[in-house]
Ligand binder design. Structure first.
Ligand code: GZL
Length: 355
């Protein structure tokens, strides 16, 4: 546990009194009162550095990120980093959980102990957050959830959520597939779909899966022949699709829940000598519309790339500004999204998008 070490106690008291005016963070007050006891127990006070030394006047924003599993994730992290800069008036803390909820919970507890002003959480899965978010609430630290959603008993445990309508993304893909097959004169043909799912329990996986399952149920000639777990990565998807192709190669569509998975599926198909995309035997549907996915789409390897906008930083900043002004932000804010097919793309357009 990193404690305030050589920080002037008077400064802590004044910060806490200042903050008390805003009526938040009693936990920091308790830590300060305990300081003499805590420091008495430390062998070398001077060696204990504080991680929470934030220059006066900066708003501390602490982000717990899922990981770095995909190009989308990297863009999401970058959006937060470039929004919450010192120049913009923030002290930014960042932790990558490497896809593990237990790491996120540990990180949230350290943020609470540090007495940050705001916590931003991208939850790896929807469940298991009630206890730690109760601790944040008791410490008077507002929590803003981004990207994936949390499933909690008490909705006051988070101030607001920013993200995508993932089921709508899935429905967009289904609507496109329906019209594409019609154009191809294949509306009544049996369509065999291999479904490559993202991280199980992530809101994005749940929504995109529901979109496909509902769409398949509405089309008698469509069949999901298997659901495999690509975990949003190229490596895992390449592994599971390669294994599946050893069982059967009678596939019409591979529905990949993100671009990195789509690239893994394409790699597996190519190695098996199976063509895909606009001129191939297998239709590839993807999500995210990151630069790597759009490049593959532009060249025709991916037939459809449904956008999932990762640029949450500015929307989160708007929410923090509202909270700082004593306002109540909307509980749910959805990012703008569309979809892309090869005919819509140029290298210049892809380069202009920033992710
Ligand atoms: C979507 C996000 C998903 C992306 C993947 O909002 O949660 O996680 O689609 C990422 O690329 O890994």
């Amino acid at each position: 546990m990193i404690l305030a070490g050589n920080r002037d106690r008077n400064k802590i008291q004044s910060r806490i009194q200042t903050r008390d005016k805003t009526g938040i963070r009693p936990a920091v007050f308790m830590v300060a009162l305990m300081m003499p006891v805590l420091l008495a127990g430390c062998r070398n006070n001077a060696s204990i550095q504080t991680e929470t030394e934030s220059a006066d006047g900066l708003i501390s924003v602490a982000f717990s990120e899922v990981g770095a599993e995909s190009d989308w994730r990297v863009a999401n992290s970058e959006s937060m980093r470039t929004t919450f800069t010192t120049e913009n008036g923030y002290e930014f803390y960042f932790e990558d959980a490497k896809g593990k909820q237990e790491n996120q919970i540990t990180t949230l507890r350290s943020y609470i102990l540090q007495g940050v002003d705001y916590i931003v959480l991208d939850p790896v899965i929807e469940t298991g957050w009630d206890e730690v978010l109760e601790e944040a609430k008791n410490a008077g630290i507002p929590v803003i959830v981004v990207d994936r959603m949390i499933d909690v008993e008490d909705e006051t445990l988070y101030a607001a959520w920013v993200g995508s309508d993932f089921q709508k993304e899935g429905e967009t893909a289904v609507e496109w597939l329906e019209s594409y097959l019609e154009e191809q004169g294949r509306s009544d043909e049996e369509i065999r779909i291999l479904h490559v799912m993202g991280t199980l329990g992530a809101t994005s996986q749940i929504g995109r899966t529901v979109g496909l399952e509902n769409g398949t149920a509405a089309h008698e000639s469509w069949e999901i022949i298997a659901q495999v777990q690509g975990e949003y990565t190229q490596a895992k998807t390449y592994e599971v699709v390669s294994e599946f192709l050893e069982e059967t190669q009678d596939i019409d569509v591979i529905y990949c829940e993100n671009d990195n998975s789509a690239l893994g599926a394409i790699q597996a198909l190519e190695e098996a000598g199976i063509s895909c995309g606009t001129d191939g035997d297998v239709i590839i549907i993807s999500f995210d519309a990151t630069a790597v996915g759009l490049a593959a789409c532009m060249e025709g390897s991916i037939n459809l790339d449904v956008e999932c906008n990762p640029l949450h930083g500015p929307l989160v900043e708007e929410i923090i500004e509202q909270l700082e002004a004593g306002g109540t932000p909307s509980k749910l804010s959805y990012v703008e999204e569309t979809y892309f097919t090869p005919d819509m793309l140029t290298a210049e357009f892809i380069a202009s998008r920033g992710y």
